[in-house]
Design a protein around this ligand. Structure first.
Ligand SMILES: [Zn+2]
Length: 223
């Protein structure tokens, strides 16, 4: 595993799931540089097998990459997830995508940020005159007004996105509840089937006894 997963605690990057632009790097062979790495990584990894362990590029500052995004020879890993020295916690990835979208750090909040910066600038007068209901600009819209319309459109889309995500989450909840109910009724049915099987077995035994008795009676009568 050590050669396919980033060795840094709390980092989830592997060669299988690596985000675009992320590369993996082996420990330097130069012993002086290696001891520098070791110093940095002392409490950042659970297991370090220097012949196999790889560190992903997320842990190197930009200055350590050349123009081709190749790691420079003097590079040392210095960027680590919060808490990586204590335990494995993934602070960057909330539980599910839905949660992430509903999380406060959504695009909507980002937009609010942009809007609050924009509010310090004056919104162009007659902005509505430049756009139709779909936030499309008229051809003679000045550049500044176009920008404002773009922001308004993005804001509108964000609001709808958040609404839809909330709606979808509700649907998922309903589906999950239905599934649980289905499972419960299936279990109930299985229990009744077991009961019926038992009754049938009892009846079969009883029938066998009756057949035996009939046989005895017939034999007695025949005498
Ligand atoms: Zn990593």
């Amino acid at each position: 595993m050590s050669h396919t997963h980033c060795a840094i605690l709390g980092c989830k990057n592997t060669i299988f799931n690596k985000p675009i632009g992320v590369s993996f790097h082996a420990c330097p062979s130069n012993s002086e540089l290696r001891s520098k790495w070791l110093q940095m990584l002392k409490k950042k990894c659970t297991v370090l097998d220097w012949t196999r362990s790889r560190i992903c590029s997320r842990h190197f500052e930009n200055k350590y990459f050349d123009a081709q995004r190749k790691l420079k020879e003097n590079a040392i890993p210095t960027l680590f997830p919060v808490n990586s020295s204590n335990k494995v916690t993934d602070v960057t990835t909330p539980r599910t995508k839905v949660d992430r979208l509903l999380n406060k750090l959504t695009q909507a909040e980002l937009m609010a940020d942009i809007k609050s910066s924009l509010s310090k600038m004056k919104e162009p007068a007659n902005l509505d005159n430049y756009m139709n209901d779909d936030f499309k600009c008229r051809s003679d819209t000045p550049a500044e007004a176009q920008l404002w319309i773009l922001v308004k459109k993005q804001d509108h889309l964000n609001t709808r996105l958040v609404e839809q995500v909330a709606q979808n989450k509700k649907h998922v909840d309903v589906l999950q509840k239905n599934m649980e109910e289905d499972r419960a009724s299936k279990k109930e049915m299985e229990q009744s089937v077991e009961t019926y099987k038992y009754i049938v077995k009892c009846l079969q035994e009883k029938l066998a006894t009756l057949e035996e008795q009939i046989e005895i009676l017939t034999t007695v009568e025949a005498r």
